[in-house]
Design a protein around this ligand. Structure first.
Ligand code: ADP
Ligand code: MG
Ligand code: MG
Length: 239
């Protein structure tokens, strides 16, 4: 289990997260829901342990072990991964190299091809393409999703997985999310869009850096839609 215990985070004296407590259990699918600017990405960065995203209060536990002071690389080794809202580019690196960690990941060529097909990338066309600016945003996200399929992280935080992706691939994202839960991993979808949360079991509603409520996704979406005035702006475009 991955757990945030009363995590607070601030930058330049501005409080971004206040007393955020969350629990993520293996095999369940989670949504972190909130309008733009609520603090969702920051939660992802704090869980991942990006430098300069250290809480000033509270702790992060993995199976009861305090990982609050572990650097991002150590957390990655423990099976936590983050798919960025805007995935990074790597000049000169092929998709094949990227997906196999430069050949270090012990996977068959056929597994790489299957993972690519799973996310709608034809391996014959894409394997030797570069993970650089010649890929569209949607293609970059598909590469990230393929990498999750191959790496099988225990906790996969997907930050706005549908941003920069065409509508058709919403079903691909859902397939990947289901795949993660099926191997016993925990997908955590960060989103400001209701449709993106439908395929999750449990939700956290974030408003102004606080957990406003949590529970069955359906109930959380109702609150997001109806009861929380400051949060009920799902139509504000993501910036
Ligand atoms: P979300 O992902 O929900 O859209 P973010 O976590 O990106 O929200 O941001 C939450 C709030 O924190 C926003 O008001 C944002 O402007 C602010 N914020 C994020 N990063 C910084 C930073 N480095 N310095 C100052 N403010 C920041
Ligand atoms: Mg945002
Ligand atoms: Mg964000």
């Amino acid at each position: 289990m991955l757990e945030l215990v009363e995590v607070s985070y601030k930058t330049n004296e501005k409080e971004i997260l206040s007393n955020v407590s969350m629990k993520f259990l293996p095999g369940y699918k989670y949504a972190v829901i909130g309008t733009n600017g609520a603090g969702k990405s920051t939660i992802g960065y704090v869980i991942m342990g990006l430098s300069s995203y250290k809480p000033y209060k509270g702790k992060i536990l993995l199976n009861g072990k305090d990982i609050t002071d572990l650097p991002v690389t150590e957390r990655a080794k423990l099976g936590i991964t983050l798919m960025w809202q805007e995935p990074a580019r790597f000049e000169g690196m092929t998709i094949e190299n990227y997906l196999t960690l430069g050949g270090k990941l012990s996977v068959q060529k056929s597994e790489v091809a299957e993972a690519m097909e799973f996310v709608g990338l034809n391996p014959n066309l894409y394997l030797k393409r570069f993970v650089d600016k010649t890929l569209s945003g949607g293609e970059r996200k598909r590469v990230e999703l393929a990498s999750i399929i191959l790496l099988k992280p225990k906790y996969a935080i997907l930050d706005e997985p549908d941003s920069g992706i065409d509508l058709m691939s919403l079903s691909i994202i859902n397939d990947v999310v289901n795949y993660i839960a099926q191997y016993g991993g925990t997908p955590i979808i960060i989103t400001h869009r209701e449709e993106m949360a439908y395929n999750t079991d449990y939700g956290y509603l974030i408003c102004a850096g606080k957990v406003l409520m949590h529970g069955k996704t359906e109930d959380v979406l109702n609150a997001f839609r109806n009861t929380c005035e400051t949060c009920a702006h799902p139509n504000i475009p993501e910036i």
